[in-house]
Design a protein around this ligand. Structure first.
Ligand SMILES: [Zn+2]
Ligand SMILES: [Zn+2]
Length: 371
């Protein structure tokens, strides 16, 4: 039985999703946006995130697309999944470092990064993430960043084939700072190549499994059969990921149009974290839409928006068919509209999906605790 209740003016959603898993809201979106300042004494990350047998989703950046958010409320796309205290970062758009810090999670404590695809609104913060992790891990005496007895990298970045160019570029970016590392660290600072490694995902399937968390990747439709012209031989890839954890399963659509692959991947999942794009709101109520309506040729943009992304109705259809228990909307386009339109996103999803739907905002958290 699912329930949504309002308490003290805050929307509290709780859902009993199965016999073993209870969702616990751990932060409120409105509260998160009202106060984005970090609180060192009381980190925003809920103790449940570090408790045993808990899985917490923290929406770090909920903005979809590369257009700036004039309101500043949403950072570019990134989400943190914390499983029994271990962090997994899904995408690293611009703003990821500041959002991690505001969530009470130092970037250097994140050891696994999964990129869904190589669009800039999902990658623009990776170099900053690596920079901050590398330097501050040493500065704050994290033992992994100071252990010179091993040169084996311990922060792994997974992504589609072209992740290598981004990774190599980021390592080059760090090269001058790294040259000073020995002097700064008096021989205690590890070099970036001793910290970071990259793993290319060449094909769908299980791409990570440490016995606690299993990650499965499938290709979605963001770069596939849609679009004019033949598919390029060395075309780009875009992945959706499913994380199976002891406390529940979470599927991230990444950027995608309607996708049978995602629907299958999400079968029976506890949470679907989905992108969403409302083209009508975008072109009528959003400052973002001005660029489209004034573009010399808006058709390619319209095609991209309507076919390579998901409308709220399409999210609802996929969620219903997959039988997920909860939908969290992130990568929200348009992200700059007044909150009075938020209900429209949710209502459109619920035309087809009867479970709870949450329109995410930056620093919103949701926990699943195994009972
Ligand atoms: Zn995107
Ligand atoms: Zn994209």
């Amino acid at each position: 039985m699912n329930t949504v209740e309002r308490t003290k003016g805050n929307l509290i959603a709780s859902a009993l999703v199965c016999c073993a898993v209870v969702f616990q809201p751990t932060a409120n979106a409105a509260d998160a946006n009202a106060n984005l300042e970090p609180n060192r004494d009381q980190p925003m990350i809920n103790p449940a995130a570090s408790a045993q047998q808990a899985t917490t989703i923290t929406l770090l950046g909920t903005k979809g697309g590369p257009v700036e958010d004039p309101s500043g409320r949403r950072a570019q796309s990134s989400t943190l999944l914390t499983v029994n205290g271990v962090h997994y970062l899904i995408d690293a758009g611009d703003g990821v470092v500041s959002r991690l810090i505001k969530a009470g999670v130092p970037p250097y404590t994140v050891r696994k990064v999964f990129l869904t695809h190589r669009h800039l609104d999902h990658n623009a913060g990776l170099t900053a993430f690596m920079s901050q992790s590398w330097f501050n891990g040493w500065f704050f005496h994290d033992k992994y960043y100071m252990d010179r007895s091993t040169t084996k990298p311990f922060v792994e970045i997974y992504g589609p084939p072209d992740t290598s160019t981004l990774f190599e570029g980021s390592m080059k970016f760090l090269s001058v700072s790294a040259r000073d590392a020995d002097a700064l660290g008096s021989g205690t600072m590890k070099l970036p190549q001793e910290v970071f490694s990259m793993r290319t995902i060449e094909k769908p399937g299980v791409v990570f499994n440490d016995g606690t968390v299993k990650v499965t990747a499938i290709e979605n439709t963001h770069f596939t059969h849609f679009g004019p012209g033949p598919i390029a031989k060395n075309r780009d890839f875009s992945f959706a990921y499913r994380f199976d954890t002891p406390s529940g399963s979470v599927v991230f659509t990444g950027d995608s149009g309607p996708s049978e692959n995602i629907t299958k991947l999400a079968e029976g999942a506890d949470v679907l974290v989905s992108e969403v794009l409302d083209f009508k709101l975008l072109t009528t109520e959003s400052l973002e839409g001005v660029g489209i309506t004034k573009a010399p040729n808006p058709e390619p943009i319209r095609f991209h928006m309507e076919r390579k992304h998901l409308s709220p109705e399409e999210v609802g259809k996929m969620a219903a068919k997959a039988g997920v228990k909860l939908v969290i909307l992130s990568h929200v386009v348009p992200g700059d509209v007044s909150p009075k339109y938020f209900v429209e996103f949710v209502a459109a999803v619920k035309k087809y999906f009867s479970g709870p739907v949450i329109l995410g905002q930056d620093l919103f958290q949701y926990s699943m605790v195994k009972q």
